[in-house]
Structures are given as structure tokens and as C-alpha cells.
Design a protein around this ligand. Structure first.
Ligand SMILES: [Zn+2]
Ligand SMILES: [Zn+2]
Length: 1605
């Protein structure tokens, strides 16, 4: 046998996790399957993984080289180093990054037939990384994260690095596409998939794997391996995971495989065979109520639909074990036959036994399935075999015999799979049978016989009895497996040897390539492997197959060599213990029977009795105490119910874009000359920096250039100062833009409270808001105090910022406090945002491919009917006429039912003439995008359909109010109007403008104000429950679909089924008439209400969510609980009359929340489309993707670079200023786009009258530039349009600082190099594209390259230059070119213009981090240290408050101050404990957000919930409260003290603090209890606000109550 090492195979995988002194973590991975080493950086703020596939940066030739790079040649200190053998997973959970690695492995199967080692993890390590962000996280979440790290890995999990082992051996599928049912770290490995390193995290299975070598009296040696894979579809512990669940799987479900083979030398073919069976609990809905007092748990079967999903369970088995259509020639074939599934039920079936109820239901469930004929090709058999009773009555031996009697028929008909591994594919075609090969194999497998169907064992828990019975079943197969491989287990050898004629009973066909020869002397057949010319002594035992089934126990024992039997028993014993431990937390019981063949059988039995008692007690304890804890661990590890266990954790963390290669464009002057240009403010390595300005400054401006374009979501400040906290600026403006030319304000005058040194503070940012919207609603900074009374349902007046994924420049303007006249201090500044997966989008790899395709679809949908795009399932059709006078059926829109994934096929398509799609070009979501010409940015607001939408909106409003006679709307009407508004895609601002235009105050239709206060609370609660239930349902649907074909739900009512304005009951056939009706119609879809059985039309049905919510309110105890053993169903419909109004209201509220969120996602996709169009050109989408040879493109590019780096490639490189383009031109950014992106024939053109253009290219990194390559446009250059090129280099943006590196005249080149002129020849461009290289004399270190292209508008003649692709510079004399031009008269060409295909800057990048680490060591001047340590002149002291209370629905805190108190200068606010939950509504699409290939635009980041606090006091003699100040509250860790100074000290007896803003965006950690109030308890102001005044420290003592604050 060979091991990978002995075979001279690759190295072992090695993982090194380095934690630097700065708390930065690097993962260094050297895979066994590769020869290089990758470095993955964990962002210390957000925890996101980073890897750029860049040689010398994060790809190295060896581990040592990589480690050396990270530690800068050991100069940097590593706080800790972990050496590991494999990565098992990584996830960012709020404030923590959790990395799981395997530190010790056991080779459980060192060498599978065909190669590959299966390792069991014998020791693992959780590395918990505390992230430097202040995201508030609940105590419950933190506890759950801690508990997740206690999840037991060791000894229970295994993996194979090179082969797929999630499927029966040998897998046809390659490693990269495992069967999801058995992958346990699918969720936990998504972070690696997202960065394109999916193979760096192993595919983890749970269960047991081990092998034993055995011999048959010195003849042939064999190996038996037992592989047990636990299904993850119904994870969980005993008592919590029993029977079937809504993912159609059962608790403790395991697939077992018994693989036997004969080891051979390398190069020889390896014969093997394999046998599969299943074990699991009974696939019906049942459970057990555990009572500590009762002796046994009380078994119950769900009273509601107990066999729901059972058929799907068997369907999945049937699909997996269906061998009918495989190309095999063996005996077990029955093409067109059936797949047998034989259930061996070992439960007690006696009268009065609690398990007998399960036996009855089991039988009944199978009868039920047979009666439905849903599984036409499957044959289900049930064998009831009461194991315990049989043992008690007949003893062990007879029980085993009895089992064999039952198993004989099924086992033989299901059979086993057998074949050979052939090490070379040379004669692959000549082999008969099923040929199995994939990229993970060198040779191939040839399967001659295939197992068809499966035997499934169960007892109550699929534990002890199941393990024992499956052993005795497996043992019979094992002896047959050995026989077929020629390993004779007969102890009675003499008989076997002397009866060669028995051999004729062998049905085993020969392997191809084997030849039967008969020894002439003895008559003994020999079998020769023609491939290897080796001869094995025997082909098989020369006797009858499956003969031991007919033996008694004693006969079996006597006639069989027992050592292999005991080896097998040993494997089953360990496996039984492992499975029992995973399920119950204790070892298996009653397993002594497995030792029945061993000499020590008697001894072990006695020992076992005592052991069983102990285990029973332990299980009872575990089930009662530990199970729910372990259940939660399992779910979290699998990424299930995360919205419940970790509600604030985001699926895709943000990225810090100001760091690593981000830079300051303008230097800012520090008092310390050694601290550089201020770039250290962007470096994490200097997190504790206290940067000090030169002198007192009015403002400090940071021009931050981001590492790559993104949409900016957050600003993270590290508060930094000396002893006096007033030196940190007090307010801040933020402007953002794609370049320096258009900078839009996104935040003005945001307050920065005083905080302790080192405090991390997040300032959430929504995109720029259009002036028009601003003007209407007033500035965001001063929200009207009384209008926003109870924004608990949803944000009625929300302003929407623009989204721009090409944002590159962020300008921060800090304003010091007015009182300060000292230098200003600053700390680290971080910009967080969402960047698009550019590289994957360009390469069309996931996750970029998904995004690319959805964006492309958006484009294609412009003129087609949108129906089933994942992204916009609400794509709604609207009738021109709001009142449908035909049957209301035509009114229903083509929607996708999100939870079923179906198209809701209504009659609407048949009436297209009356409908306008929202995506119709006349309404034009993408209006203005069709032309290539819009080099100018069009703001999102301008694109949105307005006029028509507004008209329709107003007519809806009028329709609603027409019946009243006044303009007042009720709650339900107002909600319907809002739904209409969202469906018309109008923003809140557009709605307000529309209403104002007809004289209506928008506030009067705000649903938030139209409800009783007492009802708002319960409504919010119901809607929140619905969100959780809907999400859980979708999650189960996604999981349940694994291994199954989708099924159609026969009822096409969607989740909400909100009837629209003017939609009416169909009349006659409907017996419910929940909605008014003036119509009678006959052609209607009529349903039947499952509650009252009345006939009901679509309009009178409640949405399907009502059934979920109703079940939850009546029966369920906990929301979204997967561990409930009662079936949850969304089958059937319920009419509106049978549904509580509160449920209907909750559905409506949820629907509005969904639409708002959907609207934001649609904007994000539009922005993605827009951004991508700015790089590849918009007409690129409409074309078919040009076939491109990726490999050829890459090598072409390498040729161009000539072993240098491309330094300015988008997305890392970009232009500092906007560049104008002619109409029909490719977008300017395409000049920097990767070579193979965009359409081949497009290129950039300057506007016709432009004679010169200056590009300021910002490089991805500080670099040593050696030259610039200009790719010639496909049209080629002519004498008139070939430009003069002048290039400068600089570090910062000041023009004075740039230095000229050269000037070249392309015209001169044209004459000598005619191939550059004229149109491109189509066959030539496959080779190196036409280009001109402008080489520098010496490499220039710079960050900016200025390139000026100019042409003479009057065409000039020029001196001829020699052709040289490396043209000599025309020297630094800028005037030298001018004299060379002599104008010639007349030209046949049309107006010449500047154009180019690509600009490539070449050279090498400078390792940026070195500068950071070296400047850190500089000594601070003592004068500066003194200044920093100097105590402030005044201190804060507490103003005593006489009393405080909450008023106005707890949003206002009223404080009374004693008249004798000093004037109040400010207040201290302690950071809130509320979280921002990720889940705020039921799923808006059926996209699996955990799928690594999906990009999720979280609304929390795109339009963040922002809180303000208003301070009001009594002014003068009047009793009215007047607002004196308002502050935007930044996000800090819960309890962090923030000090807000008032604009001026106030003296008032009564002070109000009012919380305003997006209160609905916050919630409490569910672990800390839900109060049922709409306002999160964590936002409560009580005890959170303290008043202070300033006084000099030496004034201490003047007031009795003096105390610091
Ligand atoms: Zn009706
Ligand atoms: Zn009803």
C-alpha cells in the first residue's frame, strides 16, 4: 500500500495563523494540492477576509517566504502563532471573527482505492478574533458565540482533501461539488468561497470513518472501511430532533458504507466492492415529551398532518440509490424496474408498549404514500422486528438468526456495487460497465455491478438497537464482499479447496482485463490481470454466494474465520459510540451483543449491564439539561436560524476601503515632522496614534482616496486625544464622489461627542440626498419634533440617499470645538463600504457571475415582461385604469410566490393591452441608460418614473377618498395607498410632493399615526413574528430541496395576498365575500377555506403567511423553532373571515416593509448596472458575450507587461478627475479596465473639438513606474489623430509637485510603423494587440501618473522618427515638440479626435506597510508629551436632577433640575444596548442569502437607521418646550459615555430629551427578553442621561453635591 508521502506525492497541507502585535491576523496556507502559498488577511475592523491573488503581495513561493513577508523579516512581533493542518471554517459574527482550524489529524483511511486520504480531526482549535468595531451586540449574542466555540469537533468530523466522499464510493462528481446533505461546514466556509479560495477550506463531514486490515489464513489480505456520514438536514439532539422535519429528513439520519478492497502495489488495478445502508428515526412527525418524574418519555405523533413530507423523504433516498439507469452490466439491473427501500423497524410492538403507536403509524404512513402513488418507481417495504422482545423471549442467537431470515431476500435483491480501480486511462474505452472518472482521479473506476435500492434500519432513536441490527446485516454482506474479492473467510478450508466444482455457483463476472486460466495439473482456476501481468491465487471463494444467510448462528460461527468478523464488530462498536455521543451526549448501550463472536462475549455482557444503567442516567441528564444548548450549537454551526441566535450579525461584512493602499491625496501638516503626510491616520498599524495638528486650525480636511471604488456606508473614528478630550474635533462634514470634480455632501455638521481616548465610534452614512428631496423634508439634521410621533411600524418619511458603487474620494472636514484654540488631535480614520466583486464580475466567476447575470437580465427585461427574476419578484404590472371593470382576475399581477418560488400564473398575461409594466421602457427604470453617450452621471432620482407614477398615485388616492366625501383615510386604506405608492416606485419625497400638489398634508395619511397606541405594540410584535416564521420557512425550504427535485405547490396564493385598491370579490361563486363586490363572474379560481370549508375567491383569501402566523399563535410556543416535532404547514388556504384582523394587519405591515426593502435592493442593482456600465460600456450588456480565450488573453497581457506589474488597472487604479467622452465612445474608465473586459471593438474617444486631454491616473499602490503602454484603438492612428503624449509623475495631487518624465510624438511613429495606422485586422488581434510603449529612463516612485494627450487640430507634418517601441523621450524640454510641427493644408479625413483603447502603467509596486512600521518608532518630543498630558482647564461636574420620567410613549425623557443648580453645559449619554436586527420582514425573495455566490445588499448598510437626540427646555415664561439643540448619535459600544456640549449653557427647571429618527430599525437582543413594547428597551433613555456643567477644578467644594461625571 502506498501513502501519499511514500509515493513521492505532494507535501502535506500546512496552515499558519499569525497574530501580530497590532492584533492583525494573517492566515498562511500551503495546500497539498498546490505548490505555492496563499496569505489571507483578516481585516481587523470588519473581519472580512482579503486575498488579491497577487504574487509577492499575498501569493508566495513558500510558507517561509510568506511568513517572512508578513513579519517584515521577523521585525514585527507575533503575539501568537498557530500551526494547523487544515482550515475548517471562518465566520464574522459581529464583534468577533471565528476561525476554526484542525491542529491534529488521524489518517482514518490512509489510502482509498484510487488515492486520497480520509482524515479524522483529532484536535481542533477555535481562534477567536476580537474585531475593532463598535457594533452593538446583545449579551445573548455574545453568549451564543461563545457557545458556538464550544461545539465539539474532535473525533466526530472528517474530510478528504482530494476526493469527494459525500457520495457513495466511488463518487462520479469532483471534490468541488459535494452533496450538500452531508457537508457540515457549508455555511462556515462561505467566507473562503467569496474570496475565490474555496479549496482552502476543507469539506467537513460529521460521523465516523475508520478501516481495518484483515487476513484470511495468510492467503489474501483485505481492507474493510466503515464510513458513516451524518445527514445535516435534520441536525439536533435526541428529544429535539426526532422523526421527520420540514426539510424532509429525520433525526439521527446516517448513511453508512462498508467498503472492502484488496490492496495492491502502485500501478496495479484495485478490485473493491461496497455496500450502503441507512439508519435514522421513523420518517413521520413524532416526538417525546420528557418528564423528569416519569420513567419513560411519553411518545406522541403529531395530530396535524403526521405524514407530511414522508414521501419526499423516501423520494430523496430513491433518487440517491437508484441504479436502474447506470451503464452497468451486472446482475442487479432491472432497467425500468423499481428502487426498493426496505425499512427494518426494530421497535417494541407489544400491546401497551409506548413505542407501538409508532409502529402503527409507520405502517399507516407507508400505506398512505402507496395510496397517493407519488413514488411510482419506488417500492417501499416494512419489516417489523421487535428486537428487545425477541432477545428477551428467544435469546440473542435466535434473534440474530431471525434477523438474517428477514434480511436475506432484500439484501440479495438490493445487492452491492463492485468494480475495479484502473490506474491508467489508456484503455478506458475497452471496458464494459459504468466508467467513473473525474478531475480528482488519475485513473478511472469501472463498476460492473451496482447496488440498487437501500435497506434502512430504525429503532426509536436510531441508536443502540439500530447499530446492533445493522451490524448483523452488514456482517452477512461483508462475508459476501470478501468472497467476491477472493478473500476466503471459511475456517473449514478443506471443504472449500476440495470442491472446485462449487465454483460454478459464482455469479461474479470477471473484471475486464482479467483472464481466466485453468491450471492443467490441479484444475484450479487462476485469474490473470492482463494489465499488470500478475496472477492472484484465487478469484473468489469457490462456493455459493450469500451462503451464510442460510446458516444458523452456530454454523456461521463455526464455519467462519472470526478475526475479520471481530474486526468489523470493533468498527461498529466505535461507530455506535460516536453516533450515540453526537445524538445523546453518551455512549451506546446494549452493544455487548456486537461482541457475540468474540471469546470475551460473556465478560463483556456482565460489564455491559452496569454500563447501561450509567448511560441511561447520563442520557437523561443530557436530554434534560444540555440538549437545547447543543441543539443551538448545531444550528449555529450549520448557519441555520442565525436570524434568531445572532440577530444582529450580517451575512456579508463591510470592507474597510481606506486601508492598505488607500491614501490621502493632500498632505496634512502635523506638529511632528516625522509623522509623514498624515497617511498614518489611515493605517491600522497605528490604531493608537494621537496625531496633532501644527497649530490651532479652523478646519482639518482629509482627502481620502479609497483602495477601490465602493458605496460608502460608515465612517469609523477612533477618538484620540491627550488628557484634555476637547482637542478632538466636535463636528464633521463628509463629501463623497467618484473623483475630485463632483463631490456631493452626504453629511453636514454631524456631532462628534467627547469620549475617552481610544473609543471607536461609527458614523453611519446614507448616500447623498438630492437637493429637491432635501428642500421638501428640510435638512436631515433637524427633523421636525412632533411629526415623527410613532415611527414604529416603518419609516414613513424616509429620505433615500443615492447609491454609487464607484465612489472613490471621501473628503472629511473636521471642525474643532469653538472653545478650543489649541492644536487639534486626530486618531485613525476608517471608511467602510460595500465594494462590488469586480474581479469576479469581469471574469464572470462567482459571486460576480450571479451579479453580472442579474444586471444583464435587468437590461434584457427592459422590454420584456418581468416575472421571475430573483431580484425583483415584485415586478408588478399595473393597469392603466385603476378600476378594473372586467373580472378582477385580470388585475392580479404576475408575481413570484417567494416562498414557493413559483410563478403565480394568473390570467393577467392574457390581457396585456390593459397593462403597463413598471419595467416598460416608457416608464423607464433605466431611462436614459440606453445610449452610450451618458458619460455624465445621472442621478438615480432622475431616472425613476415620475409623471405617470404620480398621476396613478393621485388617482389611487382619489379613488380611496371618493367613497368618504372627505380626505381622511383609515389605517387599512392608508396602508393600501402606501403599497400602491411603493409598487409605483415612488419615493416618500415624491409622494409628499404629489400629495402637496393636490393640497393634502402627507402627515394625515401616515399609518404610524392612524392606530391606537396600544395596538401598535401588538401589531409590531405580530409582524416581527411573521418575519421570523417566513424566514424559517424559507430556510427549511432551501435545505429541504437538497437532493430533491422541486415540487409544485398546487395553491397559488402568495405569502401576503394583499388585495389592491379597487380589487373586489368576484361575487357569486365566493361564499366568503370578505371584500365588497359589485361584480358577478364565473371564470374564477375558487379555493376552499381550510377552516370553514366555504368556497372562497382569491381576493377573499388571506395570504399564506396567515396560516404560519395563525399556527404560531395558537399552537407554537417559540417562534421559528426548528426543533418542534409538530408539523408546520402552509398547505391550503384560509379565508379572510376566518383570519383575525390582527393577522391581516400584520401581513399588510410586513408587505410594506418588504416593498421598502425591495425598493432599496432594486436601487442597488440599478447602481450596480450603472457602475458596471461605466467600466465596460453599457451596450456591452445587450450583446452576446464575445467568446474570449481567457488563457490567451492572460498570456497576451503577460507579454505586454514583460514581467512587470500592471499598476493602474481598474478597480485599483482610477482617474482623479472626470474625463470627457464623445458620443458613442466607450466610457473613460474602460481605458483602465482589464484587457479582456468590454466589447472588443469599442474604445474611448474625446469630444470632437477637444485638442488635448489630461488623465490623472491614480495607481493602486505607491509604485516604481517604468513606463506607460498605450493600446491603440481598433480604428488605428492616422497622421491627423496620432497624439503627442506627455507624462508626469507625482506623489500627491498638487500640480506644482509633479515632475515631467517625458514627451513623445506618436505621429513620428506612424510613418515608421505603418501597422499602427488603419483599422485593426481581425486575425491579427489574437496576437499581441497594437500598442505603443513609453518607457521611462529610470523608474519613478509615485502614486499619480499624469498623461496628457494632445493633437493639433490643424494637421501637421512631422519629422520622421525611427521606429522604436521604446521611443526615446524627447527630453524634459516641453517646447521641443512644437517647432517640429509644420501644418499641411487640406486633409481628406473627417475631424480628427483623440482616442485610445487602454492605458497600462507598468512597473513594480512598493510594499506599503514598511513605511508604516518604521515611522512608529520615532520618539515624541517632550514638549508634545507635556502638552498631551496637560490636564484640561475645566472639568465636567454633575448637575443633580430632582426627578426624571419617560413621557410620550417613552420616547421623551423629562428631567427636572433644582433651581439652585448651576447652568447646564451639556449632557452625558451612555451608548444604547439595542441592536440593529438583520431581519425586519419576511423574505423578499427566495435567494438563499447564505449562498456564497449571492451578493446581498443589506438594507441596514444601504439606508442605515440613524438616531438623533433633541434637547428642549422651557424658554421664558411660556410653558412651551423649545428645541435648543439636536445631535446625530453615533454608534458606540453599549454603555460608552458620550459627552454632548450644548451650544450654550442653559438654565431651565425642565429639560426634555427626545429620541427621533429610525426607531423601528432597532430591537432588543431576544435573549434579554422581549418587552412587547414597540420601542426597544435598549433605547430607553431612563438612567442613560446625566447633566453636567463645566467648572475649574479649584472650584471644588463650593457645591456640596459636586462630583465628576
Ligand atoms: Zn370573495
Ligand atoms: Zn374560512
Amino acid at each position: 500500500m502506498e501513502s501519499p508521502v511514500a509515493a513521492g506525492g505532494p507535501r502535506n497541507t500546512s496552515v499558519v495563523v499569525l497574530t501580530l502585535d497590532t492584533n492583525e491576523v494573517y492566515i498562511v496556507v500551503s495546500l497539498s494540492s498546490r505548490t505555492d502559498t496563499q496569505v489571507i488577511y483578516i481585516d481587523p475592523t470588519t473581519g472580512s477576509l482579503q486575498h488579491n491573488r497577487k504574487l509577492g503581495y499575498d501569493v508566495f513561493n513558500s510558507q517561509d517566504e510568506a511568513v517572512n513577508h508578513i513579519t517584515d523579516g521577523s521585525k514585527l512581533i507575533c503575539k501568537s502563532t498557530t500551526y494547523a493542518k487544515a482550515i475548517l471554517g471562518y465566520a464574522v459574527l459581529g464583534s468577533f471573527g471565528l476561525l476554526l482550524v484542525a491542529t491534529k489529524l488521524t489518517a482514518s483511511i490512509p489510502y482509498l482505492p484510487g488515492g486520497g486520504c480520509v482524515y479524522t480531526i483529532s484536535e481542533s482549535k477555535w481562534i477567536k478574533i476580537l474585531l475593532q468595531n463598535p457594533q452593538p451586540q446583545g449579551k445573548g449574542e455574545v453568549k451564543n458565540i461563545q457557545e458556538l466555540t464550544e461545539f465539539e469537533i474532535d473525533g466526530k468530523h472528517y474530510f478528504c482533501e482530494t476526493r469527494d466522499i459525500t457520495r457513495p464510493f466511488p463518487s462520479r462528481i469532483s471534490l468541488q461539488s459535494p452533496d450538500d446533505e452531508f457537508v457540515w461546514n457549508g455555511w462556515f466556509s462561505t467566507a473562503f468561497k467569496r474570496i475565490g479560495l474555496e479549496q482552502h477550506c476543507v469539506i467537513l463531514l460529521q460521523g465516523f470513518v475508520e478501516y481495518r486490515t484483515f487476513g484470511s489464513l495468510g492467503q489474501q489480505e483485505g481492507i474493510v472501511a466503515l464510513i458513516a456520514r451524518r445527514s445535516r438536514l435534520h441536525p439536533g439532539t435526541r428529544y429535539l430532533a426526532r422523526g421527520i422535519n420540514s426539510c424532509y429528513s429525520t433525526g439521527n439520519e446516517i448513511e453508512c458504507e462498508q467498503l472492502v478492497w484488496v490492496p495492491k502495489r502502485a500501478g496495479q488495478s484495485v478490485p473493491f466492492n461496497t455496500y450502503i445502508w441507512r439508519r435514522g428515526t421513523i420518517p413521520i412527525w413524532w416526538g417525546a415529551d420528557l418528564k423528569m418524574t416519569a420513567a419513560e418519555a411519553v411518545i406522541y405523533v403529531s395530530d396535524r398532518d403526521p405524514y407530511k413530507g414522508s414521501a419526499r423523504y423516501y423520494q430523496r433516498l430513491s433518487t440517491r440509490y437508484d441504479a436502474r439507469n447506470l451503464g452497468v452490466v451486472g446482475t442487479n439491473q432491472n432497467k425500468g424496474g423499481f428502487v426498493p427501500i426496505v425499512c427494518v423497524n426494530l421497535l417494541r410492538n407489544g400491546e401497551g408498549k409506548s413505542e407501538s403507536i409508532l409502529v402503527q403509524h409507520f405502517e399507516e404512513s407507508l400505506n398512505h404514500i402507496r395510496s397517493t402513488r407519488k413514488l411510482p418507481s419506488t417500492r417501499l417495504h416494512l419489516i417489523n422486528y421487535d428486537w428487545h422482545t425477541s432477545i428477551r423471549l428467544k435469546g440473542e442467537q435466535q434473534t440474530i438468526e431471525g434477523l438474517w431470515y428477514h434480511l436475506k431476500g432484500p439484501t440479495i435483491s438490493i445487492g452491492i456495487s463492485e468494480g475495479d480501480y484502473l490506474p491508467s486511462r489508456q484503455h478506458m474505452k475497452d471496458f464494459q460497465g459504468e466508467i467513473v472518472y473525474n478531475d480528482d482521479l488519475i485513473g478511472f473506476f469501472c463498476l460492473r455491478v451496482h447496488q440498487n435500492g437501500v435497506i434502512r434500519y430504525n429503532c426509536a432513536d436510531s441508536l443502540d438497537r439500530t447499530n446492533a441490527a445493522s451490524y448483523f446485516g452488514g456482517l452477512q454482506v461483508f462475508t459476501e464482499q470478501c468472497r467476491r474479492l477472493g478473500i476466503c473467510l471459511d475456517s473449514d478450508l478443506v471443504i472449500g479447496r476440495q470442491s472446485p466444482h462449487n465454483h460454478s455457483g459464482s455469479t461474479t463476472p470477471l473484471s475486464p482485463g482479467w483472464k481466466k486460466q485453468t491450471d492443467g495439473a490441479t484444475g484450479t482456476p487462476h485469474y490473470t490481470d492482463r494489465n499488470t501481468r500478475t496472477t492472484s491465487g484465487k478469484h473468489s471463494c469457490p462456493d455459493k454466494p450469500w451462503k451464510r444467510f442460510d446458516m444458523t448462528f452456530e454454523e456461521f460461527k463455526r464455519s467462519t474465520i472470526l478475526s475479520p468478523v471481530c474486526q468489523l464488530a470493533d468498527l461498529f462498536l466505535i461507530a455506535g459510540d460516536i453516533h450515540a455521543t453526537i445524538y445523546t451526549g453518551s455512549k451506546a448501550m446494549h452493544s455487548h451483543i456486537l461482541n457475540i463472536f468474540s471469546d470475551e462475549a460473556g465478560k463483556s455482557k456482565q460489564f455491559s449491564v452496569a454500563q447501561n444503567v450509567k448511560i441511561t442516567l447520563q442520557r437523561r441528564y443530557n436530554n434534560a439539561v444540555v440538549d437545547s444548548y447543543r441543539q443551538k450549537q448545531l444550528e449555529m454551526f450549520l448557519g441555520l436560524r442565525l436570524f434568531k441566535h445572532l440577530p444582529s450579525v450580517s451575512i456579508q461584512p463591510l470592507h474597510v476601503l481606506s486601508r492598505r493602499s488607500g491614501c490621502l491625496l493632500k498632505p496634512i501638516a502635523s506638529i511632528e515632522t516625522s509623522s509623514g503626510d498624515g497617511d498614518s491616520l489611515l493605517s491600522f498599524k497605528q490604531k493608537d496614534i494621537i496625531w496633532v495638528s501644527q497649530q490651532a486650525a479652523d478646519i482639518i480636511q482629509l482627502f481620502i482616496y479609497l483602495r477601490e471604488p465602493c458605496h460608502v456606508c460608515q465612517l469609523l473614528l477612533t477618538i484620540s486625544h491627550g488628557a484634555d478630550d476637547s482637542t478632538y474635533p466636535s463636528t464633521l462634514d463628509v463629501r463623497t464622489g467618484r473623483d475630485l470634480d463632483v463631490l456631493k455632501p452626504v453629511l453636514e455638521g454631524a456631532s462628534i461627542p467627547r469620549c475617552a481616548n481610544g473609543t471607536n465610534m461609527v458614523i453611519p452614512i446614507s448616500g447623498p440626498i438630492s437637493d429637491k428631496d432635501m428642500a421638501l423634508t428640510g435638512t436631515a439634521a433637524s427633523l421636525p419634533a412632533h411629526k415623527t410621533k410613532f415611527p414604529f411600524l416603518y419609516d414613513f418619511g424616509g429620505l433615500e440617499g443615492e447609491l454609487d458603487f464607484l465612489t472613490r474620494v471621501v473628503v472629511l472636514t473636521f471642525y474643532p470645538a469653538e472653545s478650543t484654540c489649541s492644536p487639534v488631535t486626530l486618531g485613525e480614520v476608517e471608511i467602510l463600504g460595500i465594494s462590488l466583486p469586480w474581479r469576479d464580475m469581469f471574469a464572470s466567476e462567482r459571486p460576480g457571475r450571479r451579479l453580472w447575470e442579474s444586471v444583464k437580465n435587468m437590461r434584457e427585461d427592459v422590454n420584456s415582461f418581468p416575472s421571475d427574476t430573483d431580484s425583483n419578484p415584485y415586478a408588478v404590472a399595473l393597469t392603466n385604469d385603476v378600476l378594473p371593470h372586467e373580472s378582477s382576475d385580470t388585475y392580479t399581477s404576475p408575481q413570484v410566490d417567494l416562498l414557493t418560488g413559483e410563478d403565480i400564473d394568473s390570467g393577467s398575461v392574457s390581457q396585456p393591452m390593459t397593462e403597463i409594466s413598471l419595467h416598460d421602457s416608457s416608464l423607464g427604470l433605466f431611462h436614459g441608460h440606453n445610449e452610450e453617450t451618458d458619460s455624465q452621471r445621472i442621478s438615480l432620482q432622475d431616472n425613476i418614473p415620475t409623471k405617470m407614477g404620480v398621476e396613478q398615485y393621485i388617482s389611487c388616492f382619489e379613488l380611496l377618498t371618493a367613497s368618504h366625501g372627505d380626505n381622511k383615510l383609515g389605517f387599512v386604506e392608508a396602508m393600501k395607498l402606501e403599497i400602491e405608492r411603493l409598487r409605483l416606485d415612488l419615493s416618500a419625497a415624491e409622494r409628499d410632493r404629489a400629495l402637496s400638489s393636490i393640497g393634502i398634508d402627507p402627515a394625515t395619511i401616515n399609518p404610524n399615526t392612524l392606530l391606537e397606541e396600544s395596538y401598535i405594540g401588538s401589531l409590531c410584535k405580530a409582524a416581527n413574528s411573521l418575519a421570523v416564521l417566513g424566514q424559517a420557512f424559507l430556510e427549511d425550504r432551501t435545505t429541504g430541496a437538497i437532493g430533491l427535485d422541486p415540487v409544485d405547490d398546487d395553491i397559488d396564493i402568495d405569502f401576503w395576498n394583499i388585495s389592491r385598491i379597487g380589487e373586489e370579490c368576484c361575487g357569486d361563486p365566493c361564499q366568503v365575500r370578505a371584500e365588497t363586490s359589485t361584480l358577478t363572474s364565473s371564470s374564477q379560481t375558487i379555493f376552499s377555506c381550510s377552516a370553514c370549508q366555504r368556497k372562497v375567491c382569491r381576493v377573499c383569501c388571506a395570504g399564506k403567511g396567515a396560516i404560519l402566523l395563525g399556527q404560531n399563535q395558537t399552537g407554537g410556543t417559540s417562534t421559528g423553532d426548528s426543533s418542534s416535532n409538530r408539523s408546520v404547514t402552509m398547505d391550503g388556504v384560509i379565508c379572510k373571515l376566518c383570519c383575525q384582523n390582527s393577522v391581516l394587519d400584520a401581513l399588510t405591515l410586513d408587505y410594506i416593509r418588504v416593498l421598502i426593502s425591495q425598493r432599496r435592493s432594486t436601487h442597488a442593482e440599478t447602481a450596480t448596472y450603472e457602475a458596471l456600465g461605466q467600466v465596460v460600456g453599457k451596450n456591452y450588456f445587450s450583446r452576446k458575450k464575445e467568446s474570449s480565450d481567457k488563457h490567451a488573453a492572460a498570456s497576451t497581457f503577460q507579454q505586454l507587461l514583460n514581467e512587470e506589474e500592471s499598476l493602474a488597472e481598474f478597480p485599483f487604479g482610477s482617474f482623479l478627475h472626470s474625463v470627457e467622452s464623445a458620443s458613442g465612445s466607450a466610457p473613460p474608465l474602460s481605458l483602465l479596465a482589464p484587457l479582456d473586459t468590454g466589447s472588443r471593438h469599442s474604445y474611448w474617444k474625446a469630444p470632437p473639438s477637444t485638442s488635448s486631454v489630461e488623465f490623472i491616473v491614480v495607481l493602486g499602490n505607491l509604485s516604481d513606474v517604468s513606463g506607460v503602454v498605450l493600446l491603440v484603438s481598433p480604428c488605428g492612428y492616422s497622421m491627423s489623430d496620432s497624439p503627442t503624449v506627455q507624462i508626469w509623475a507625482s506623489q500627491k495631487i498638487h500640480k506644482e509637485e509633479r515632475s515631467c518624465v517625458g514627451k513623445w510624438d506618436v505621429r513620428s511613429l506612424i510613418t515608421s510603423s505603418p501597422e499602427l495606422s488603419g483599422p485593426e485586422k481581425s486575425d491579427k488581434d489574437i496576437q499581441t494587440p497594437r500598442h505603443i510603449k513609453f518607457g521611462f529612463r529610470n523608474p519613478v516612485r509615485c502614486r499619480l501618473i499624469w498623461i496628457k494627450l494632445s493633437i493639433q487640430m490643424v494637421v501637421s507634418n512631422s519629422v520622421s522618427f525611427e521606429k522604436d517601441s521604446n521611443l526615446l523621450s524627447l527630453a524634459e524640454d516641453p517646447s521641443s515638440g512644437i517647432g517640429r510641427r509644420a501644418s499641411i493644408a487640406g486633409t481628406s479625413e473627417t475631424d480628427p479626435c483623440l482616442h485610445a483603447k487602454r492605458i497600462i502603467v507598468v512597473g513594480s509596486s512598493v510594499k506599503a506597510d514598511i513605511a508604516d512600521s518604521s515611522s512608529q518608532t520615532s520618539e515624541r518630543a517632550s514638549s508634545l508629551i507635556n502638552w498631551l498630558e496637560k490636564a484640561p482647564l475645566v472639568n465636567r461636574y454633575r448637575v443633580q436632577v430632582e426627578s426624571e420620567k419617560l413621557i410620550e410613549n417613552d420616547l421623551v425623557l423629562e428631567q427636572f433640575v433644582s433651581p439652585a443648580s448651576p447652568m447646564v453645559s451639556g449632557f452625558r449619554l451612555d451608548g444604547f444596548n439595542a441592536i440593529k436586527p438583520r431581519l425586519t420582514h419576511s423574505p423578499s425573495s427566495n435567494v438563499n442569502s447564505l449562498d456564497a455566490s449571492s451578493i446581498v445588499f443589506e438594507r441596514r448598510f444601504l439606508s442605515p437607521a440613524i438616531l438623533h437626540i433633541q434637547v428642549s427646555t422651557l424658554q421664558g415664561s411660556s410653558e412651551e418646550m423649545v428645541v435648543v439643540a439636536e445631535y446625530r448619535i453615533p454608534e458606540v459600544k453599549g454603555g460608552t459615555a458620550m459627552y454632548f456640549d450644548l451650544p450654550k449653557a442653559i438654565s431651565s427647571r425642565r429639560i426634555w430629551f427626545r429620541l427621533v429618527g429610525d426607531i423601528a430599525g432597532f430591537a432588543d437582543d431576544p435573549e434579554e427578553g422581549e418587552g412587547g413594547r414597540p420601542l426597544a428597551a435598549g433605547l430607553c433613555l431612563l438612567n442613560r442621561i446625566k447633566l453636567y456643567y463645566y467648572a475649574q477644578p479649584n472650584d471644588l467644594g463650593r457645591w456640596a453635591s459636586l462630583s465628576g461625571i
